[in-house]
Ligand binder design. Structure first.
Ligand code: ASP
Length: 331
């Protein structure tokens, strides 16, 4: 966007411009002193991701430090989890649906507003990269099921059996009761949603998951739905979600957070408001988890969740920290 258009949009959305830097004007509460957050490229790069995925976030951060762009760094970071057989919530080794099929969902968004997604894909581990291929190599935004899998082979992806012996054994045990009950804070990790700001200050993100364990065959969650599991607007910021996808989709959570930031909220406040939308509408929120992370154009971050136990990673200036999220329900 040229400078004239940016200034015009900025005046419409409440973002102030100062000479040589952008000032984000945000709500002025004691808790969220975000007003006058100055976009300063010395703050960058930054990588954040859901849960305590230390290695994935470090990988993205180091790639960003080496000058890799935000999207490719995010995809490289989440790929570590997609390839980790011990991680039963993402990629290879993910928990199957109730019929024993491991099906993966993923989405990506770049800093130009382009997006790609895949849903319900079998036999392919690196689905975030596949989502990027949908974005760059097809006229579409999302491919699902067998079509997505067939497209993957045309792009050189290899076929892998994603059901590990351990996941198969756990599924067979689950079948004894067949009780579908999404677990709050599964093994203290889950979907990985990653948001990166590269050296140039551009924002992109990736989100990848095997979805809720023992879901119905064909079920797709929030992670591949642009605006639900992930949303990026390079002028404003980005958000990503984890937890019960059905609730995230009903409130279009990640898009909501970015729009709230556009209207001046700090990422922390915006995440809190998105959780508030869920808990005020749902009578059953005590039984499920939803958690959000967000980052704005100045590199300020926030997170909020329904139940305690959610953490997120933040990489900046060579340091990779695990941050405990505040929660709506405090014990
Ligand atoms: N949000 C994912 C889904 O609903 C799963 C999760 O993050 O727990 O598929």
């Amino acid at each position: 966007m040229d400078r004239r258009k940016f200034i015009k949009n900025a005046s419409l959305t409440g973002i102030g411009i100062a000479a040589g830097s952008t000032i984000l004007s945000c709500a002025k509460t004691e808790k969220n002193k975000a007003s006058k957050a100055v976009v300063n490229n010395n703050n960058f790069p930054i990588a954040i991701c859901t849960w305590g995925f230390v290695n994935a976030n470090a990988k993205a951060g180091q790639d960003l430090d080496a000058g890799i762009n935000a999207l490719d760094a995010a995809i490289a970071g989440v790929a570590l989890e997609e390839n980790d057989l011990l991680n039963t919530t993402v990629g290879n080794g993910g928990a199957p649906d109730r019929e024993g099929n491991v099906t993966l969902d993923a989405s990506v968004m770049d800093s130009n507003g382009n997006s790609g997604a895949v849903a319900n894909v079998k036999n392919i581990a690196n689905v975030a990269l596949l989502a990027k291929k949908v974005m760059t190599e097809t006229p579409h935004v999302m491919l699902a099921g067998k079509g997505a899998e067939a497209f993957a082979y045309t792009q050189g992806f290899k076929k892998e059996n994603l059901l590990t012996e351990a996941s198969k054994k756990a599924w067979e045990e689950w079948k004894q009761s067949s009780e579908y009950k999404p677990i709050i804070n599964i093994e203290n990790h889950d979907t990985i949603g990653m948001l990166c700001i590269d050296k140039a200050g551009d924002i992109a993100g990736a989100c990848t998951t095997s979805g809720i364990a023992y879901k119905m065959k064909g079920r797709v969650g929030d992670s591949p739905i642009i605006g639900s599991g992930l949303f990026v607007d390079n002028q404003i910021g980005a958000a990503a979600a984890t937890g019960l996808g059905e609730e995230i989709m009903k409130t279009v959570g990640s898009f909501l957070i970015v729009e709230l930031m556009r209207n001046g909220m700090h990422p922390q406040q915006a995440c809190e408001e998105a959780i508030n939308r869920i808990v005020t509408k749902s009578n059953t929120y005590k039984n499920f988890q939803v958690a959000y992370i967000a980052i704005n154009k100045a590199g300020q971050t926030g997170s909020y969740c329904i139940h305690e136990g959610f953490t997120y990673m933040k990489y900046q200036n060579g340091k990779n920290k695990n941050i405990t999220s505040e929660a709506f329900i405090k014990t």
